[in-house]
Design a protein around this ligand. Structure first.
Ligand SMILES: [Zn+2]
Length: 330
């Protein structure tokens, strides 16, 4: 079961839970410092917007080693241009400061070490660690050197090697206090990232934070089975899920008869903490219009060319015969 959440190999996950019978032993919870690091990585890498072999650019988090290891996809693709995921990651995550003292990237994030295809990240003044594992051939040193050169050319200051927080980072952290308080959620989602490709039938996922909610927008074809019930059940599972409960929902699945083919629809679910913690999760399950199916068939080809996970594609893009006949649930 654990592999359905973390994406770990089955044998590895089975070994990790041997002799354990209850949460959180079965799927460990990060401590406060560690959760901040993991949550910030989830916030920036989970924002979507490109195409990857897995929904948001990584396939699993391995929690069986000394340090959590996040396995990145090899590359992303956007408008026909492929970029190494290691390049995407350093550009998104590593902090720099521009001439207006604005910080780009994760405030306080630091490069702790590079060992082969592993980039070890930490936060300034913290013992937290997260390993980003690139695919074979990933060259973190070259990616970081290139980013440093580009950052300097733009007149910006590199922050990712500083031993302590820069003043600009301290100011930003005060502003972004909400994000810190929501780190239990971000870390919990990172540790359950595989649900997006092992359970969800959405072909696209993106996320952002607004108004104390971590918002996920999942897009699915109108020909897939109604997919939100299982994902919500997994997320709120008392053993494997997060301490969340559904507090409000607007489901439109049952109103399909009156829905025209040219319009898609959305079921929105709001989930809140069962432990009184700050921050909620909002999931927008969007179903595309039937008239756009031809366009989305092109996306399937794109994902196939990226060698995306086959089981995920089978669910997200049903076979042509099923697509033609439609789905009773929709
Ligand atoms: Zn619904």
């Amino acid at each position: 079961m654990r592999e359905k959440y973390t994406g770990e190999e089955h044998a590895q996950a089975k070994e990790a839970v041997k002799g354990k019978s209850s949460a959180p032993d079965l799927l460990p919870v990060a401590d406060a410092e560690q959760a901040v690091l993991e949550s910030e990585v989830m916030r920036l890498l989970g924002c979507g917007g490109s195409f990857w072999p897995h929904p948001i650019g990584f396939s699993r988090i391995d929690l069986t080693q000394d340090l959590p290891v996040l396995h990145l996809d090899a590359f992303s693709e956007w408008r026909g241009r492929r970029t190494a995921m290691s390049n995407d990651a350093v550009h998104s995550l590593l902090p720099s400061q521009d001439s207006h003292s604005d910080v780009h990237g994760v405030s306080g994030l630091r490069v702790h070490a590079i060992h082969g295809e592993d980039l070890h990240l930490t936060m300034a003044g913290s013992s937290s660690r997260l390993v980003l594992r690139g695919t074979p051939g990933a060259d973190w040193e070259a990616e970081i050197d290139e980013l440093a050169s580009q950052t300097r050319q733009e007149g910006c200051r590199l922050l990712w090697g500083l031993p302590t927080l820069a003043v600009s980072e301290q100011s930003l952290l005060r502003i972004l206090l909400d994000y810190r308080e929501m780190s239990w959620l971000g870390s919990g989602l990172l540790r359950r990232n595989a649900l997006l490709w092992k359970v969800s039938s959405a072909f696209s996922a993106k996320s952002w934070i607004h108004g104390g909610e971590w918002i996920f927008e999942l897009d699915a074809l109108p020909t897939v089975e109604v997919y939100h019930n299982e994902l919500l059940a997994r997320l709120t599972d008392p053993v494997w899920g997060l301490p969340l409960r559904i507090v409000e929902n607007r489901c439109r699945c049952t109103k399909s008869d009156s829905r025209p083919d040219y319009a898609g629809y959305e079921c929105t679910y709001h989930l809140g903490s069962t432990q009184g913690k700050f921050g909620g999760l909002q999931i927008r399950f969007r179903v595309m219009s039937k008239n756009d199916l031809r366009y989305f068939r092109g996306e399937r080809v794109l994902y196939e060319n990226l060698e995306a996970d086959r089981n995920w594609l089978k669910r997200a893009f049903p076979s042509p015969s099923k697509e033609a006949s439609g789905c009773s649930a929709c």
